[in-house]
Ligand binder design. Structure first.
Ligand SMILES: *[C@@H]1O[C@H](CO)[C@@H](O)[C@H](O)[C@H]1NC(C)=O
Ligand SMILES: *[C@@H]1O[C@H](CO)[C@@H](O)[C@H](O)[C@H]1NC(C)=O
Ligand SMILES: *[C@@H]1O[C@H](CO)[C@@H](O)[C@H](O)[C@H]1NC(C)=O
Length: 408
């Protein structure tokens, strides 16, 4: 009998075993090079865009001066293309000597002094996706380098390695990270390379994980990712919680491919998904209306909600969708997304049941402040109009029972 109880106890225990590094208790926020700056390495031709110490320092300065850090964007990260093509004589990774003349520790010091944390990319395979040396066969040496450089966050990609090796390889790398003694956020690309990922294991070993394809700078790419996340949400949404997050990839907001309405869609849906908010944009030239979307405090608060429960798409009809996330204070974030391309704003009229929220009276606030606050419920249909490839994003706040009770 005792044995059975013990077994049950340990069974439950291992179900709840998560990566216990105390990090990423809310989805990581920050800025990362890849989506906007890719693998631009020619600093003579493109001095303001090449992956370099200068780029990182310039962006961090702006993030500090213009309120991004204060809003929560505290990781600054270098994605692929920071390395020399060869390791040194001791088998260690070497940052590109021209673009990072002072090495990575200098970058970490600069960022830390300003209140940021330092994120760095590597790849579990023989090479990074762009062909620089990967960690395979050098795991311990490379983690020591990351520790020596005061790295706070490792994004580990999955090019140039057999996908079958990942189920053991990613946990092994995580174990070495843990043994290094330096707390570092562990971002895994593991599931993005597999057909049937073992999410239970992934969630136990990573702080965040890229589920699927890389995002590209277009509405069609963003739409595809939303569609995939909606259609597969039952496989992985349940694993999101403090310390472990699904990652639909970087924010496109402020770049070339999204209209302002489409940018608002991404910010809304990413916050419903409890997704990492990783900007990748030139913060020097970003237009003010896009900056305002990135700095929307009410929406950031939805993303960072302490309950850490990932929202779901709960309705899809005539190419309009409703996304719903329950929040720690008992309210609900509800996004109406219009994927139609007919000209006029599209009107929807839906009940609380359709939105999948309890039948009661709510104060409804528009998080983009396009509509005035209103009272709604428990009966009747909620009406709103959504721009083509746009969003209406509301917080449904239950009216307190006190208010109801004052009548009786
Ligand atoms: C990685 O390199 C090893 C050793 O050279 C080789 O055996 C292996 O096939 C390579 N794997 C991939 C996926 O390139
Ligand atoms: C390593 O793992 C242990 C046990 O899960 C945890 O208590 C500790 O904080 C971890 N250390 C680091 C540096 O992640
Ligand atoms: C939503 O429903 C429409 C039909 O109304 C369908 O064409 C579309 O594929 C669905 N979208 C998703 C993301 O499932």
């Amino acid at each position: 009998m005792g044995g059975i109880y013990l077994l049950v106890f340990f069974g439950l225990f291992s179900l709840n075993k998560a990566l216990d590094n105390g990090l990423a208790l809310t989805p990581p926020m920050g800025w990362l090079t890849w989506q906007r700056f890719r693998c631009i390495t020619d600093c003579e031709k493109y001095p303001d865009e090449c992956i370099s110490e200068n780029l990182i320092k310039r962006m961090a300065d702006i993030m500090l001066d213009e309120g991004y850090l204060e809003a929560g964007y505290n990781y600054v990260g270098i994605d692929d293309c920071w390395l020399e093509k060869q390791r040194d004589d001791n088998g260690r990774l070497v940052p590109d000597r021209n673009r990072f003349p002072n090495g990575m520790k200098a970058i970490a010091d600069y960022l830390h002094k300003k209140g940021f944390k330092f994120a760095l990319y590597q790849d579990y395979g023989n090479k990074t996706c762009m062909g620089y040396p990967g960690v395979l066969g050098h795991e311990a040496t490379d983690i020591q380098s990351f520790v020596d450089w005061d790295v706070d966050y490792i994004k580990l990609d999955g090019c140039y390695v057999d996908t079958g090796k990942m189920d053991d390889g990613y946990p092994y790398f995580g174990k070495l990270m843990n043994e290094s003694g330096r707390p570092m956020v562990y971002s895994c690309s593991w599931p993005a390379y597999q057909n049937k990922p073992n999410y239970a294991s992934i969630a136990n070993h990573c702080n965040l994980w890229r589920n699927w394809d890389d995002i590209q700078d277009s509405w069609s790419s963003l739409s595809r990712i939303m569609k995939w996340f909606a259609e597969n949400q039952d496989d992985f949404a349940k694993y999101a919680r403090p310390g472990q997050w699904n990652d639909p990839d970087m924010l496109l907001i402020g770049n070339f491919g999204l209209s302002l309405d489409q940018a608002k869609v991404q910010m809304a849906v990413w916050s419903i998904l409890a997704a990492p908010l990783l900007m990748s944009v030139d913060l020097k030239t970003i237009r003010p209306e896009f900056k305002e979307v990135l700095l929307n405090r009410d929406i950031i608060a939805i993303d960072q909600d302490s309950l850490g429960r990932q929202g779901l798409r709960v309705w899809n009809k005539s190419n309009c969708e409703i996304w719903n996330r329950k929040l720690s204070d008992g309210s609900y974030a509800i996004a109406f997304v219009n994927k139609r391309d007919d000209g006029a704003p599209y009107a929807v009229k839906v009940s609380l049941d359709t939105m999948s929220i309890p039948k009661q009276a709510y104060e409804v606030q528009d998080l983009y402040k396009e509509e005035k606050p209103r009272s709604f419920g428990p009966g009747g249909d909620f009406e709103t109009r959504i721009n083509p490839s746009g969003v209406k994003f509301f917080k449904f706040i239950p009216k307190t029972s006190n208010e109801v009770k004052t009548d009786t």
